[in-house]
Design a binder for this molecule. Structure first.
Ligand code: ADP
Ligand code: MG
Length: 757
């Protein structure tokens, strides 16, 4: 009964998946678990929900489709609704803070986090007949957890007599993690491989890798636009700011003025440009005789030059500096430069008069997750006549969205990734090389509608040696203590034995569970169990709930949660930030005399005062740091972390509105004492006791034991760091942040870092 727009029907019929509808539906009807793998753009996300709809899966219940990205959730629900001729009342989306679900919703797109929340209140997902986990190859933490949970929910639903189907959709990546994992699925689910029409994409590496990848991306885009035939350009950068920056710059360079007719420019450029760089001149359609003649002339000249490089005139741009053409072999692959012409041996005379400054406008659009829904949709619209589409995107365009008519991909090879500090669990977004798998995905975006080109703005050596084949699943990169608490907060009791698609180290998980129990973040609860004896599980305590809001390892989260009660949060944040950065002090503890509780606060106290003193100092930071034995870079890093932590806490902890005070006063004696207690609350499992001289064996050199302590985990003694301010005190009991080993092989010693009395 579906009435589709004829235009939609035409577009759909081009997708090979349509010819496989019967096979796909048979497999889904006959299996509870099915994996659908296919290249990006093959029609998984838009077509399979429609197949299910037409097969009657929405008669009493809904179809759920989860996406790891907000941007795909909105775009895909809109597209499927449009293709089915249904309104957003029936094909809807839901994500945190936003959605358009109604009581008539039949197909519900949602972020994976939202479905996870729904499982917490309705474990059997009784509203749904099918759950589709889309983009499973992205291996987001929530997706992995959903897969684990659904592997158990589906059999439960069968037992209740109302079966649920699980469809896992993925790019053709790492499917074995799902099929060969017998803990997840006892019987490997069938895999449907969707064939897709993928045109060849020529890969061009840069010969050199420049650190200013934005500048490179800009230069390359200018060259593509001014020299190469029609076809959309897709540029991959790392974040929203970079997207906006490039969009502004490109728009200023090739402006589009409403009302101007650009259609005459377009053909001219196609031909001119083709002569210089494109290797498939047959593709060009032209109805402009003038230009056709010009083309012939140029082709002749080109032949004569025997594939010598042709240099095009400089492009005149109005309101910014065009980067100097530095003769770098751009647009040329260092692996395969055959057939492509480089700038270096240019023959200016052959082509000079053709490209004019009256350029074809570039229709530049941004794309990133936080972009408003309306603006995101613009990338799917046809650009104004005579303009060339250029989308500047973060990695959302890598697999989740297929932008029509992209022929050129400019890949910076970079992406942003959350990197965790191993000691405190503090995380920061860092720009890193993409994986090789991502690079391939990005390339593939150029070959959806015809042969394409990808310009990687880095060398093939970087690709081979710096890019990992694939990044680990998100869940496996998180610090285990943090993961443990996150999963427990979701109501997953058996975190150690959870059926992960890829399991983190289970031994580490077990240790983490113990640690959190010691810290009072988890506690034993007796569970009545009808079949077995009563069993004990560790559940999150109210304190644990509060701690989980802090974006740090639970032990540090606990310090912050408790410090909040005593309005010590600004100090605690500073201390935690300082504890995250290595080697802040370069000796010279004498510079930081203290008494009372401030002295007993030990190394964290010194760090706190050092950071505060830098803020109060009127001297240049470098001068001040040199004078007092501080590493300037470390101080800058601490300041950054402090700001970041404050803003993350403002976001995640309700009722907190932290402003990093540049003129924080030193804590008074009472506050210093409370800070010691806070540190103890988080490091209570890392305690050491002074070894008394009476314990030292007969015949041993007592002097060696002056700073020696006994801790619970080791047989050998551990020592106070030689630079620690607490060498002056040698307290009976200390807590330490971590242990490390130093010294030559035959005289190795365990040292305690950052101790407090
Ligand atoms: P997959 O999920 O396999 O990556 P999709 O179902 O997202 O593939 O896309 C199938 C096809 O539909 C692609 O060719 C894509 O260009 C097209 N498409 C998807 N969304 C839109 C849209 N909003 N407007 C136009 N075409 C679209
Ligand atoms: Mg998809």
């Amino acid at each position: 009964q579906v009435k589709r727009d004829p235009k939609v029907q035409v577009a759909r019929l081009k997708l090979p998946i349509l010819g496989e509808e019967q096979r796909v539906m048979e497999l889904i009807n006959e299996n509870e678990f099915v994996i659908v793998a296919g290249e990006t753009g093959s029609g998984k996300t838009t077509q399979i929900p429609q197949f299910l709809y037409e097969a009657g899966y929405t008669e009493n219940k809904m179809i759920a489709v989860t996406e790891p990205r907000r941007v795909a959730t909105v775009a895909m629900s809109a597209r499927v609704g449009y293709e089915l001729g249904l309104s957003s009342k029936e094909v809807s989306y839901l994500m945190r803070f936003e959605g358009n679900v109604t009581k008539d919703t039949k197909i519900k797109f949602m972020t994976d986090g939202v479905l996870l929340k729904e499982i917490q209140s309705d474990f059997l997902l009784s509203k749904y007949s099918v759950v589709i986990i889309d983009e499973a190859h992205e291996r987001s933490m929530y997706t992995d957890i959903l897969l684990g949970l659904l592997s158990r929910i589906v059999p439960l639903r069968r037992k209740r007599g109302c079966p649920l189907r699980l469809i896992i959709m993925s790019a053709t990546l790492r499917v074995e993690d799902f099929t060969e994992n017998t803990r997840l699925f006892k019987v490997p689910p069938p895999v449907i491989e969707i064939q897709s029409r993928q045109f060849p994409v020529t890969v061009h590496f840069n010969k050199h890798t420049y650190s200013d990848y934005l500048k490179e991306a800009f230069k390359k885009t200018v060259k593509i636009h001014t020299r190469l035939p029609e076809g959309g350009i897709l540029i991959f950068v790392t974040g929203q700011q970079e997207v906006n920056y490039l969009v502004r710059k490109l728009r200023a360079s090739f402006p589009y003025h409403k009302g101007v007719d650009y259609s005459s420019l377009i053909n001219k450029k196609v031909n001119v440009v083709d002569t210089s760089l494109d290797s498939e001149p047959d593709d060009i359609e032209s109805d402009d005789d003038e230009v056709e003649k010009e083309m012939k002339r140029i082709r002749k000249a080109r032949k004569k030059a025997k594939r010598k490089t042709i240099k095009l005139p400089k492009i005149s741009l109005d309101d910014f500096d065009m980067p100097e053409d530095d003769g770098q072999p751009d647009l040329v692959s260092d692996a395969d430069s055959e057939g492509h012409l480089s700038d270096s041996d240019a023959d200016e005379s052959t082509l000079t008069p053709i490209v004019k400054s009256s350029q074809q406008p570039l229709w530049v659009l941004p794309l990133y997750s936080m972009l408003s829904t309306a603006k995101q949709g613009r990338v799917f619209e046809t650009p104004p006549a005579g303009t060339r589409l250029c989308v500047v995107s973060t990695d959302v365009a890598e697999t989740s969205l297929t932008i029509p008519s992209i022929k050129y991909v400019v890949d910076t090879g970079k992406k942003k990734m959350r990197i965790y500090d191993h000691v405190t669990g503090a995380s920061a977004w860092r720009v890193v090389w993409t994986s090789q798998a991502s690079a391939e995905q990005r390339s593939g975006r150029a070959g959806r509608t015809g042969p394409g080109h990808v310009y990687r703005l880095y060398s093939s050596a970087v690709y081979q040696h710096e890019c990992v084949p694939q990044y680990k699943p998100d869940l496996c990169t998180r610090p285990v203590d943090h993961l443990m608490l996150t999963l427990k907060c979701m109501g997953i009791d058996k975190v150690v034995n959870f059926p992960y698609p890829t399991a983190p180290d289970r031994m580490q998980l077990r240790l983490a569970e113990k640690r959190l129990e010691v810290l009072g973040i988890l506690e034993k609860v007796e569970m009545r169990n009808r079949r077995k004896d009563d069993e004990e599980v560790l559940k999150v305590t109210p304190l644990g709930k509060a701690v989980s809001a802090f974006p740090l390892l639970p032990r540090y989260g606990k310090m912050l949660a408790l410090s909040h009660q005593y309005t010590l949060l600004p100090y605690a944040i500073t201390i935690v930030s300082a504890l995250t950065v290595p080697e802040v002090m370069s000796g010279k503890t004498d510079s930081w005399p203290a008494t009372g509780n401030m002295l007993l606060l030990g190394d964290p106290g010194v760090l706190l005062r050092a950071v505060g003193a830098c803020d109060h100092s009127t001297e240049a930071l470098s001068v001040f740091c040199a004078k007092y034995g501080l590493r300037e870079k470390a101080i800058i890093e601490i300041r950054k972390l402090r700001k970041q932590l404050a803003s993350e806490i403002n976001l995640s902890v309700s009722g907190v509105n932290l402003v990093v005070d540049p003129k924080l006063q030193p804590p008074d004696d009472k506050q210093a004492k409370l800070l010691r207690q806070l540190l103890l609350s988080g490091l209570g499992d890392q305690v050491a006791r002074k070894i008394s001289m009476a314990e030292v064996k007969e015949g041993e050199d007592k002097r060696k034991y002056k700073y020696a302590y006994r801790c619970s985990d080791l047989d050998e003694p551990v020592f106070i760091h030689s630079e620690s301010i607490l060498r002056k005190v040698i307290p009976e009991w200390v807590i330490y942040q971590e242990l490390y080993e130093t010294g030559p092989d035959d005289r190795k010693k365990m040292i305690m870092r950052n101790i407090t009395a």
